[in-house]
Design a binder for this molecule. Structure first.
Ligand SMILES: Cc1cc2nc3c(=O)[nH]c(=O)nc-3n(C[C@H](O)[C@H](O)[C@H](O)COP(=O)(O)OP(=O)(O)OC[C@H]3O[C@@H](n4cnc5c(N)ncnc54)[C@H](O)[C@@H]3O)c2cc1C
Length: 356
């Protein structure tokens, strides 16, 4: 890694942008992503509920660094010729590639999802559908993970005349401690959110959901099932795990192509003592910061990571901070209510500050 390099970073999410701004202190960096504003995904449930959007311009984030933002979509990788292929027809050569294309909501193979459901990425359309409906109706949020919980709480609080239902294949928030899950259920009770647990969605129709527990009528279906990595890593020939995440070594280099670093949701990273990291902003940004510093300095030790807390916003005035061990396993304790909400907001704001 000695001397100046041309580093190409694909993807300007938490991982890619954090890596580009730091690597750009020393090297020439080309950052490739189609959007002009930072996609602050962890606030998308707020956008869906009609709250103000917080999306800093990418140009502002990279200002003062040797980073050029190329607004384009990557269509392929030529790992032999070391080129990134774009939808503009261009092929961008690199010395080092940083792959940070992230993930998207999974479950698109369920019949009717493409036609009748709005995935978490389509937050603006969820907002529009609820705002423009002739009368309040029912919105079904599919997914009992963190994204589904935050989305259901935010929608229920912002649209009290709508009936919000949350549909989950297992328990809603079932991985939290008893205190943590208990708080989520109390908040849903207060907000009037109806739970359909252990209920698998088999199809989405114009009238709502078909499930293993019968029909769940809904005017709007918000799809927030689990996340899957961008498929390009596997298509391009990087070694991937069964979930399609690129397998990397202790320095976040692809095990099959060491000139390619993979970070964020796209990477299957195993840290000794911590385990294989889950997808999340909480893991993506530390990877980006580590790699950016490593590229700028020319060297550093292996990537180290311990979890801190798990945080949820539950509407504007409530939240949950679940205490956890460094390996992401639960502690019994949790902070709830306004203090938890403020903690979550501080973390989310800190994420933007830490992009550079
Ligand atoms: C509503 C919601 C709430 C969430 N809340 C939390 C939370 O509280 N805590 C937490 O840890 N995680 C949370 N997550 C998950 C978190 O958002 C992701 O794990 C995180 O965004 C992953 O970061 P990343 O940088 O790897 O990828 P992403 O943020 O997904 O960024 C991917 C980048 O790649 C770009 N890209 C994609 N395809 C192409 C292409 N073909 N060509 C060029 N560029 C491309 C995108 O435009 C984007 O710039 C939440 C997710 C959602 C949807």
């Amino acid at each position: 890694m000695a001397g100046q390099q041309h580093i190409v970073v694909i993807g300007a999410g938490y991982a890619g942008l954090s890596a580009a701004t730091r690597a750009g202190r020393r090297h020439r960096v080309t950052l490739i992503a189609p959007e002009s504003r930072f996609l602050h995904r962890v606030r998308e449930h707020e956008t869906a509920a009609g709250r103000r959007e917080h999306r800093p311009a990418l140009d502002r984030v990279i200002r003062g660094r040797r980073v050029t933002h190329l607004r384009a979509r990557v269509t392929g990788l030529d790992l032999t010729a070391r080129k990134v292929l774009l939808d503009t027809g261009e092929a961008v050569p690199y010395d080092t590639l940083v792959y940070a294309l992230g993930s998207r909501t999974a479950g698109r193979s369920v019949p009717g999802v493409a036609e009748h459901a709005l995935t978490a990425e389509r937050a603006s359309e969820i907002r529009r559908r609820l705002a423009e409906a002739p009368a309040p109706g029912t919105v079904a949020v599919v997914g009992g993970g963190a994204t589904g919980i935050e989305l259901a709480a935010e929608l229920a609080e912002a649209h009290p005349a709508w009936q919000v239902r949350i549909v989950a294949a297992g328990q809603v928030g079932g991985w939290f401690s008893a205190k943590g899950r208990g708080h989520v259920l109390r908040v849903f009770d207060r907000l009037g959110v109806r739970l359909h647990e252990h209920t698998e969605v088999t199809a989405v129709t114009a009238d709502g959901l078909s499930t293993t527990d019968g029909a769940v009528p809904a005017d709007v279906v918000a799809w927030a099932a689990s996340m899957e990595p961008h498929p390009l890593a596997a298509e391009a020939g990087l070694t991937v795990d069964p979930a399609g995440r690129a397998v990397v070594d202790a320095y976040l280099r692809s095990v099959s192509h060491p000139e390619v670093y993979v970070i964020g949701d796209a990477a299957a990273v195993t840290v000794p003592g911590t385990g294989t990291l889950r997808m999340g902003c909480a893991t993506a940004q530390p990877m980006g910061r580590y790699l950016g510093r490593r590229l700028a300095r020319g060297t550093s030790g292996p990537f180290a990571f311990r979890y801190g807390v798990q945080c949820l916003s539950l509407g504007r005035g409530d939240g949950l901070v679940q205490l956890i061990h460094g390996d992401d396993s639960m502690r019994p304790g949790a902070v709830t209510g306004a203090l938890a909400r403020l903690t979550k907001a501080a973390i989310v704001n800190g994420v933007v500050l830490a992009l550079r």
